[in-house]
Design a protein around this ligand. Structure first.
Ligand code: ADP
Ligand code: MG
Length: 489
């Protein structure tokens, strides 16, 4: 039996964040009463005309700029004609052959050997991204169905990759990378549970070494990360077994059934001519001003992985910390706002965000992490707490409880310290000296290493001495005293 290689291309649909719909001023929104945010244009009433939403186009262009796509001089709108009850107009406005973004590439990260280690990075090429309008939502019952047109007409960007992916893990990493970048840029919330991000997965397998592509199955409307992963893995297995038995795979559209954990044939692949595409007569081709594109580019945040590499190089932050902060745009903003307040100790600030803040959020009441919007602790207050530590007015030991109080109340570290009488009490110098001497006597090897030029060796005494002082000693004083004692002996 030959060994197979999977070949996968994704069509990722993301709802763009805009106040109103793609071609009319009806508002966008999730969770509203059914059919409450529609109007005559959304409902395709005779005599209505579409009006282009400039904000949606700018959001789409931002996506292209984030991923290095070319924004063509002109793009246009086509009607894709089909009847289905979720689309009241009988056609969908889309871009068939002149999309808003052409080409581009997305950097992805595959999981590392452990959570603490950086994974492999790859580049996945994009074919294009085109704008279209979302359709309504059908809910089927045993005898009848309900339709809600609230979602109909919402701007939807379809990002189409080249068949560059070779495993379910890579497909998931692509979705995660797209989500991180788009959320950071404020282009989309990409919440799969709210249907703001969905994807069609095209999967084929071929014997390793073959360069031509085999026929593919397209699985429509996968709406969760686990769905994407399981559907792709199932399909790779199914097609491999077909080939093993000497059969052929035909190009078709398949449905993923999450309950049964398998795909089943829906229909043979439709062809473009089935949709009788033609340019929409009511919408002119768009010549988007080049200087506005430059402005949009200026306004974009730094790329997620670019920023991560910069934090590692510029601040010496470890992967364990950057992979928490940089992969969550709200934490990035928290960190950078804190840095503006007090930028002298990025490592300590970042550590409190990636560890203590995340721990308290995960332990807060309610399900899931406490949303950042509900966090009482401000980045400025945290930065000032770090400043107190650096000034020797607070120790990391004492800061453990102070931090939790700050998180729970939103108060300043200094206020909490005043209220609770927390202060760094310099232990009696004689007592401190005794602890230092005990520590050095207990580990003569480290002292020797320090004398031989290994400055870090002194750190092995810091813990025991700080512990003996119950966190009250000033680390700087302890360090100086240790250096003196080691020099004497
Ligand atoms: P269509 O015209 O049917 O939409 P496209 O050529 O635009 O097909 O491709 C749609 C998606 O399918 C793209 O993401 C592409 O990378 C992927 N794709 C195309 N051919 C294959 C194949 N043989 N195996 C896996 N994915 C494929
Ligand atoms: Mg296509």
């Amino acid at each position: 039996m030959p060994e197979y290689e999977a070949v996968i291309g994704l069509e990722v649909h993301v709802q763009l964040k805009t106040a109103s719909k793609m071609f009319t001023d009806a508002p966008t929104g999730f969770g509203r009463p059914p059919n409450s945010i529609t109007n005559a244009v959304v409902m395709g009433m005779p005599g209505t005309l579409p009006v282009l939403n400039k904000g949606a186009i700018e959001q789409a262009i931002r996506v292209g700029l984030i991923f290095g796509s070319k924004i063509p001089e002109v793009f246009k709108w086509d009607r894709k004609n089909y009847f289905y009850p979720d689309s009241p107009k009988n056609y969908q406005l889309t871009q068939m052959d002149a999309p808003v973004c052409v080409g581009g590439q997305v950097e992805i990260e595959l999981a590392g050997p452990s959570r603490n280690l950086m994974g492999e990075h790859k580049i996945i090429h994009l074919d294009h991204a085109h704008l279209e309008e979302d359709v309504g939502k059908l809910t089927h019952f045993s005898k009848d169905s309900l339709v809600d047109y609230n979602r109909a007409g919402t701007p939807l960007l379809e990002i189409v990759t080249k068949p560059d992916l070779h495993s379910a893990e890579e497909a998931v990493a692509l979705l995660q990378s797209i989500r991180m970048h788009l959320v950071a840029a404020g282009v989309s919330d990409c919440d799969m549970e709210k249907g703001q991000m969905r994807c069609d997965a095209n999967v084929s397998v071929r014997p390793i070494g073959q360069s031509t592509l085999n026929p593919r199955a397209e699985m429509k409307n996968l709406n969760s990360i686990t769905g994407v992963k399981h559907a792709i893995n199932y399909e790779i297995g199914r097609q491999s077994r077909v080939y093993d038995k000497g059969g052929t795979v035909t190009q078709e559209t398949r449905r993923w059934d999450a309950d049964l954990g398998r795909t089943s044939s829906m229909r043979s692949k439709e062809e473009a001519h089935d949709y009788r595409y033609f340019p929409d007569p009511d919408l002119l081709p768009v010549h988007f001003p080049r200087d506005r594109i430059d402005e949009l580019k200026e306004g974009l945040p730094e790329g997620v992985f670019v920023r991560q590499r910069r934090y590692e190089a510029q601040y010496g932050l470890p992967y364990t910390v950057t992979s928490v902060i940089c992969y969550d745009h709200e934490l990035t903003i928290f960190f950078e706002t804190g840095m503006v307040e007090y930028g002298k100790n990025p490592k300590t600030l970042a550590n409190y965000i990636a560890n203590e803040l995340q721990r308290e959020r995960s332990q807060a009441e309610g399900d899931g992490n406490l949303p950042m919007a509900d966090v009482l602790l401000s980045p400025e207050a945290l930065a000032r707490m770090v400043q107190l530590i650096d000034a020797g007015k607070l120790t990391k030991y004492l800061a453990r409880d102070v931090f939790v109080d700050m998180f729970n109340t939103g108060k300043e570290a200094q206020t909490i310290m005043d209220e609770k009488g927390i202060k760094v009490e310099e232990p009696d110098a004689g007592e401190l000296e005794q602890w230092c001497r005990d520590a050095v006597a207990g580990n003569p090897v480290a002292a020797q290493q320090f004398r031989e030029g290994n400055d870090k060796a002194i750190n092995s005494y810091m813990g025991p001495v700080m512990k003996a002082s119950r966190g009250k000693a000033n680390p700087q004083t302890v360090r100086e005293m240790l250096i003196r004692i080691i020099g004497e002996t």
